[in-house]
Design a protein around this ligand. Structure first.
Ligand code: FDA
Length: 531
């Protein structure tokens, strides 16, 4: 019990520590609560930022990747907490619940709809920037990684210790480990080793009551849900124990480009039949963008066949000659390098030192300041006429900075059952389409034109892609496909987008949510609702 004298002193001490007059602010009760809950109020004051604090904006903006969510009318958090201790997170959850504030957890800040730092109700951001340690155990081929680390930090630390170990994570290495694995996580090794979530063996997690749980104490249902059920629904994952996988000392990469005038349509049409059936060691993708034709200056589409292969050039060339001779791959197109260097190659910076992987603010040359994402799954090859219709839209002015990427499926993805984790897009998919609609200007009219284009292209693709449900990838968050109400959630409403992301796994996710967070404290526009 604290003495009455102590209680009176606390607000005075805090006013000094937080360096603003908190008594005048609407969230004063929350801040007061935080100080009372923390063992050492000076330690928590150093990690709490409000608008009165001079670093508030820089802390908020440090992990805003998409400038669509950094305008003057973007709702901002009342408070940002950058915890350094588990007790800070426990106190933030407790005090937010007590004072009716929502929390949003942010690891890398890459959420495509900004849900880790934008909410339309009064809210607090828990930013895990200080929870980012990476411990590699080469002997046992595992790593413990805290959620606030970026994938680049994980790759760098693995590469420091071994050239033949890797983790099946994404190419864009500034993504936060926390959000990425929560949504399943796919990357260059997923035809061989599955999603990132398939390679998680344990977690450290904080629930709505502040309990710290691991796999054993949480039980298999919640452990299942955390490995692909989408971030922000169940609680906060502090750290992940990952299984590391084997890669050869050298992998081979190539990127071969062909325009429409060089038969790109026919090649892509063939690729749809070939790529998903290539050996698990090959990771094929096609990147599509519009350029000016060298022949007549009109807009055309260039298709870049970008592939990574877990083996040597001498092994890859005969394989491609046998399976995809139409591409005309030559030895000069191919380069051998370590697996970690292939990450830099695929980011368009092949000659940078590995230390660039530690740079959280790095922007891939194709990443525009503003963007909107959509995704689709393709189960039957699209006809050449169908492909040409998409290419014709891609040459419109509104799509000038848009990139569409086809990621081949198949490999082990065909052999892992749909319900092994919440990520359900397994057998039967030829490839996934990633529509990355980008633009450079921030005004309303420019944004609307690009958003309209994205929706038109997506509508155009309806007959060619998965149906009932039209599947989508939860890490490519897209609020166009449906969202929860702000005030309350309903199973029926959430099923609309939930089945697209999770198919029948949605029901099990709802059951887990009902058990772990029945009052729906952890919620956002596309969080899993309790029953
Ligand atoms: P962020 O911090 O914004 O979190 C995303 C969501 O997870 C939010 O709802 C958040 O509240 C929640 N969350 C975050 N940390 C949590 C935690 N510790 N516990 C519980 N919930 C948490 N994906 C992919 O699979 N393969 C890829 O190659 C790429 N490439 C790619 C490139 C670029 C440039 C972008 C912007 C995005 C991708 N993605 C991707 C998508 C990416 O995986 C997705 O946006 C992730 O949610 C990002 O995770 P962050 O931690 O960065 O996001």
């Amino acid at each position: 019990m604290k003495s009455p004298q102590f209680s009176l002193l606390v607000p005075l001490v805090l006013a000094a520590l937080f360096s603003f007059s908190w008594a005048a602010l609407p969230h004063e009760n929350f801040l007061h609560c935080l100080s009372l809950r923390s063992n050492d109020s000076s330690s928590i004051s150093r990690v709490v930022f409000t608008r009165q604090n001079s670093s508030y904006e820089s802390v908020l903006e440090a992990r805003i990747r998409n400038l669509r969510f950094n305008s003057t009318d973007t709702p901002k958090p009342l408070v940002i907490v950058t915890p350094t201790e588990i007790s800070h997170i426990q106190a933030t959850i407790y005090c937010s619940r007590k004072h009716g504030l929502q929390t949003r957890t942010r690891s890398g800040g890459h959420d495509y709809e900004g849900l880790s730092f934008v909410a339309r109700v009064p809210f607090v951001v828990i930013d895990l920037i200080n929870f980012r340690s990476v411990d590699i155990d080469v002997e046992n081929r595992v790593a413990w990684v805290q959620s606030g680390a970026i994938l680049g930090e994980l790759y760098y630390r693995i590469a420091e210790r071994s050239r033949t170990l890797a983790f099946p994570g994404g190419v864009f290495y500034t993504i936060g480990v926390g959000g990425y694995i929560s949504g399943g996580g796919f990357g260059l090794l997923f035809r061989k080793y599955g999603t990132a979530g398939d390679n998680v063996v344990d977690v450290q997690f904080i629930d709505v009551n502040g309990r710290v749980l691991d796999r054993k104490s949480m039980g298999e249902d919640l452990f299942w849900a955390l490995r692909g059920g989408g971030g922000g629904s169940f609680g906060i994952v502090l750290a992940w124990k990952l299984s590391l996988v084997s890669v050869p000392a050298n992998v081979t990469v190539f990127s071969v480009s062909r325009t429409l005038e060089q038969n790109a349509t026919e090649l892509i049409h063939r690729w749809q039949y070939i790529a998903p059936r290539l050996p698990d060691e090959v990771y094929p993708s096609v990147q599509l963008r519009a350029i000016n034709s060298t022949q007549d200056g009109r807009r055309t589409v260039v298709a870049s066949f970008v592939t990574m292969f877990l083996g040597t050039i001498d092994e890859l060339l005969p394989l491609m000659e046998q399976r995809f001779p139409e591409l005309g791959l030559t030895r000069q197109d191919c380069t051998e390098m370590s697996w970690v260097q292939s990450i830099l190659y695929n980011n368009g910076i092949p000659n940078q030192p590995l230390e660039v992987l530690l740079n959280r603010t790095f922007r891939n040359p194709v990443t525009t300041p503003y963007y909107k994402i959509k995704s689709d799954y393709v189960k039957e090859p699209v006809s050449e006429t169908g492909l040409n219709g998409l290419f014709s839209q891609l040459t419109e002015e509104a799509a000038a900075s848009t990139v569409i990427i086809l990621f081949a499926y198949g490999g082990i993805m065909d052999r892992i059952p749909e319900n092994a984790t919440p990520f359900p897009h397994r057998a039967g998919n030829l490839y996934k389409i990633f529509y990355n609609v980008g633009w450079l200007e921030g005004d309303y009219e420019s944004s609307q034109r690009r958003l309209d284009w994205a929706r038109r292209a997506y509508n155009y693709m309806t007959p060619f892609v998965s149906k009932s449900p039209r599947e989508a990838y939860v890490n490519y968050r897209d609020l166009d496909i449906g969202s929860n109400n702000i005030g309350y959630t309903s199973y029926a409403q959430a099923s609309v987008w939930g089945r697209k992301y999770f198919k029948d796994n949605f029901d099990r996710l709802v059951q887990v949510k009902t058990r772990i967070d029945p009052e729906n404290f952890f919620k956002h526009e596309q969080s899993i609702p309790p029953l």
